[in-house]
Ligand binder design. Structure first.
Ligand code: UD1
Length: 428
């Protein structure tokens, strides 16, 4: 397995392009199942999660054409055209679904278009039990009959899905996406209350509307979807990755320097900018994106709780923890979205951090400096948190098991190397 080796201490300077958002691209790709016409997505990131999903979609009969490697196409990113003219299978196997939770999103569109689906229960990052009960309850409310047989969800809706009123007991990004897609082709009107309003939901909603779906309430907690008989194809540009943006903001904050993040959108990372600015990191908008700098001055500790959007995202929690390990004073980070998402803390301890976990809260007392060490990447966002710690640390850090990183961060060693970091991949 590949490793990433970092010699800490270099400042980061220059500019880098923020990639298209993984968490927006995945549901957008799945939306292709809703139409028999081509859906062309631009600005798609070059990541293993994307390739994984293409495999699942091809298995269902989606015809797929992919251009570029996301490298040369600074403007368009990768371009993928997906055409689900004939869905030849409604079966998504364990071997593929277990690797990535987002693949469970195929169940809603398959049920809506083919009135049946057999999808393995999902896997994904080991950050808690992560059930799919809300996806299933919502589909049942829309008339689906669901059985769990040997690790597979067998779902059918003989007369097609029907519009329904569904109240989410708590916010779920994936379940909102699944039900939104299913409702677009259901008979009648669906109202989703306490729905997620993450920017990726809005991105999906805008694309579905471009395909002919009738959706109102985007950017709010109540979505109303009037089902239509068919959806058409369209071309849609994936939004920039807000998690990658926040990650590089924190990397520069940790290592020092000045970097312009081209294509980044400050409106997508509402809670992050004030938090970092209050801690002493300089962040401003430019006409090309966002500029971040920290020159010498120490930054302050923070107190923050992860929350559904527009709150502070759980997907930036590990990166923030790595950053505040060397902040002035004590920080408190409370994780409310996932039950087991502090696995990076013991790794940061190996680097000399002072962290105590009290239930859902990590109490981090700032130390003068972290020291390089061998650490292990346990999940996607934790891995990049360790990279940030390595950039700021004294000496050499080796992040082992980096396959998680490749699932969600495009060419990270190249991007950071281009800014002056001493970072390299060791092929394993
Ligand atoms: C998505 C993101 C992930 C992010 C998360 C929260 C993608 C591909 N992934 O994941 O990066 O960390 O949102 O912002 O977009 N839950 C249930 N039952 C369900 C569904 C969810 O109990 O049926 C729980 C989960 O275990 C978790 C919480 O609800 O504790 C939130 O999960 P959810 O918002 O659904 O996250 P994902 O869509 O899986």
């Amino acid at each position: 397995m590949d490793k990433i080796q970092i010699k800490g201490g270099n400042r980061l300077n220059g500019e880098l392009k923020i990639s298209g958002a993984k968490n927006a691209a995945l549901p957008l790709m799945v939306a292709s199942l809703l139409s028999d016409e081509p859906l062309t997505l631009t600005n798609v990131p070059h990541l293993t999660d994307i390739s994984q999903l293409t495999e699942i979609l091809c298995g269902l009969g989606v015809d797929l054409v992919m251009n570029g490697d996301g490298h040369a196409e600074a403007e368009t990113g990768r371009v993928i055209t997906l055409t689900a003219r004939n869905i030849t299978s409604t079966f998504a196997p364990y071997d593929l679904v277990r690797k990535m939770r987002a693949s469970f999103l195929v169940i809603g569109p398959l049920l809506a278009r083919c009135h049946q689906a057999q999808v393995s229960l999902p896997g994904g990052c080991a950050i808690g039990t992560r059930p799919v009960d809300l996806h299933l309850k919502g589909l049942e409310a829309m008339g689906a009959e669901i059985e769990l047989i040997e690790g597979y969800v067998h779902a059918k809706a003989p007369g097609g899905l029907k519009g329904a009123h569904f109240h989410f007991p708590f916010v779920s990004v994936g379940a909102t996406e699944n039900l939104m897609m299913a409702a677009s082709l259901a008979k009648g009107t669906t109202v989703l209350e306490n729905a997620a309003q993450e920017p990726e939901i809005t991105d999906l909603g805008l694309c579905l509307m471009a395909m002919g779906a009738k959706i109102s309430g985007l950017n709010t907690r109540t979505l109303t979807i009037e089902g239509v008989d068919r959806l058409n194809g369209t071309a849609y540009r994936v939004m920039p990755d807000r998690i990658e943006t926040g990650t590089y903001l924190m990397a520069v904050a940790a290592a020092g320097g000045e970097v312009e993040l081209i294509g980044a959108r400050s409106d997508l990372i509402g809670a992050v900018i004030p938090l970092l600015s209050n801690a002493g990191v300089k962040i401003g908008e430019t006409n090309r994106g966002i500029k971040v700098s920290r020159n010498g001055a120490h930054y302050e500790g923070v107190e923050v709780t992860t929350e559904p959007y527009p709150g502070f995202p759980t997907d930036l929690q590990a990166q923030l923890m790595a950053l505040v390990c060397t902040a002035k004073g004590t920080s408190r980070i409370t994780e409310t979205i996932f039950e087991n998402r502090f696995m990076h803390a013991p790794e940061l301890l190996r680097m000399g951090a002072d962290i105590a976990i009290e239930h859902q809260t990590a109490v981090i007392r700032g130390v003068e400096r972290l020291k390089g060490a061998q650490v292990m990447a346990t999940d996607l966002r934790a891995s990049v948190g360790l990279v940030i710690a390595g950039l700021a640390a004294e000496g050499e850090t080796t992040v082992n098991r980096v396959y998680h990183l490749d699932r969600g961060f495009e060419r990270i060693e190249e991007k950071l190397g281009g800014l002056g970091a001493d970072i390299r991949r060791i092929k394993g």
